[in-house]
Design a binder for this molecule. Structure first.
Ligand code: SF4
Length: 58
C-alpha cells in the first residue's frame, strides 16, 4: 500500500485522480486534489502516471 501526496501548487484540479480512485482522492474547497487514503501499489503507480501535470507524488 502507498500513501500518496498531491503537490497543490502543481495540481490543476482536473479531477482525473478523483475519478480513477474516489476512495483515495477528493477535491478540496480550493479545487485541488488531496490524498485521503492509502492505495494498492499498482493502482497508485497508475494514478501517478495518469496525472497530466505530474502533481501526485509518493
Ligand atoms: S489528476 Fe493531477 S491535476 Fe488532476 S486533480 Fe488529480 S492531482 Fe490534480
Amino acid at each position: 500500500m502507498k500513501k500518496l501526496k498531491v503537490n497543490a501548487d502543481a495540481c490543476i484540479g482536473c479531477g482525473l485522480c478523483v475519478n480513477m480512485a474516489p476512495d483515495a482522492f477528493t477535491l478540496n474547497d480550493e479545487g485541488k486534489s488531496e490524498a485521503i487514503a492509502e492505495m494498492e501499489d499498482g493502482a497508485a503507480d497508475e494514478v501517478i502516471a495518469s496525472c497530466p501535470v505530474g502533481a501526485i507524488e509518493e
